[in-house]
Design a protein around this ligand. Structure first.
Ligand code: FMN
Length: 327
């Protein structure tokens, strides 16, 4: 998930268990081909994240094929193509979900990529562009014929963005019609919902927002699948996750692209710390949902203006008085 699932976050989620595959944030094919630092940074992963898919976006078959080769050269297990992003900045460049409006062209992108690399080429799509253009069933067949090794469908249209609910009947019907594995995505907030959706005939379930709220959701789903009670997550576990996330982010090397825009608070945290603080704020907006007093915590995280203040906020909220010290 763009802006959220960096390598540190993915590692921490994977360590909890139940996660079969992680996917990077989407990265620009153009940026990869041009070797832009910021783009390359989004593709970073560690061995413990394997198997790993690097997701790319773009609309030009030749550039997408070249980007796929770069991804293969980086050692990724899978190159995934974003055909689901509804954000105008992406869609207007004939990338993301706007590819769903031109299925023949989208299929030519997959054909070019499949010819260019040996690793599997997979596709992430939505139900379609809008209710008048629900092209997923036709596009799914076409990309299968063009060489896609698997697809994932988020059962909403681009026009819906995140409103309404994901159409899992559509996902199931596509899964029934294709030979390649079909994964479903959308609205799994509880571990039990993941299991329900698996029974709908898909090969697997991609969990997005549910992991940002509850990084243990996949481990809990694995518990249910194995006939166990889903593990209970304590407040301390939740606090420890945030502290570990801060520590992992801080270990990452400082890069020029981490430089924040100048702010009036610039003197209270160096640029790398500022980047970490912003990362915690982004996660905090999801992580605090559904927690007792979550909005209070969210506000406190947003106010914390140094790593020390962030740690103190987390410690006060989750550890009820016990102090957690870390380098
Ligand atoms: C903040 C955010 C960023 C996302 N970024 C991506 C992305 O980069 N690539 C992608 O395929 N889907 C992305 N998605 C969509 C999710 O993968 C998923 O399909 C969608 O959120 C529905 O599933 P959920 O209800 O489990 O969140 C993003 C979703 C959110 C909320």
């Amino acid at each position: 998930m763009a802006g959220m699932t960096d390598t540190a976050f993915r590692r921490l989620v994977k360590r909890q268990g139940g996660c079969g595959l992680v996917v990077t944030e989407m990265v620009s094919a153009e940026g990869l081909v041009r070797g832009i630092d910021r783009t390359l940074e989004y593709t970073e992963y560690t061995q413990e994240e394997r198997p790993i898919a690097i997701q790319i976006f773009g609309g030009d078959p030749e550039k997408m094929a070249a980007a796929a080769q770069i991804v293969e050269g980086m050692g990724a297990d899978i190159v995934d193509v974003n055909m689901g992003c509804p954000v105008p900045k992406i869609a207007k460049h004939n990338a993301g979900c706007s590819l769903m409006r031109e299925p023949a062209h989208a299929a030519s992108v997959i054909a070019a990529m499949s010819k260019a690399v040996k690793i599997p080429v997979t596709v992430k799509m939505r139900a379609g562009w809008n209710d008048d253009e629900r092209t997923a069933p036709a596009l799914a067949r076409m990309v299968e014929d063009a060489g896609a090794a698997a697809i994932a469908v988020h059962g909403r249209t681009a026009a819906q963005s995140y409103s309404g609910s994901a159409d899992w009947d559509l996902v199931a019907s596509i899964a029934g019609a294709l030979t390649i594995p079909v994964f479903g995505s959308g609205d799994c907030i509880e571990a039990s919902q993941i299991i329900d959706k698996l029974h709908a005939g898909v090969e697997g379930v991609l969990v997005g927002r549910g992991v940002l709220r509850n990084p243990w959701i996949l481990a809990q789903a694995a518990d249910i699948a194995a006939g166990r009670q889903p593990r209970e997550i304590t407040l301390e576990d939740r606090g420890r996750f945030l502290i570990d996330y801060i520590d992992l982010l801080r270990e990452e090397r400082v890069r020029p692209s981490h430089q924040p825009p100048a702010t009036s608070h610039a003197s209270s945290a160096n640029s790398h710390d500022r980047w970490v603080i912003n990362k915690l704020r982004a996660l905090g907006s999801w992580y605090t949902k559904g927690l007792d007093n979550g909005s209070h915590l969210r506000t406190a995280i947003n106010r914390a203006d140094s790593i020390a203040a962030l740690r103190e906020t987390i410690t006060d909220f989750f550890f009820a008085g016990a102090r957690v010290f870390s380098q």
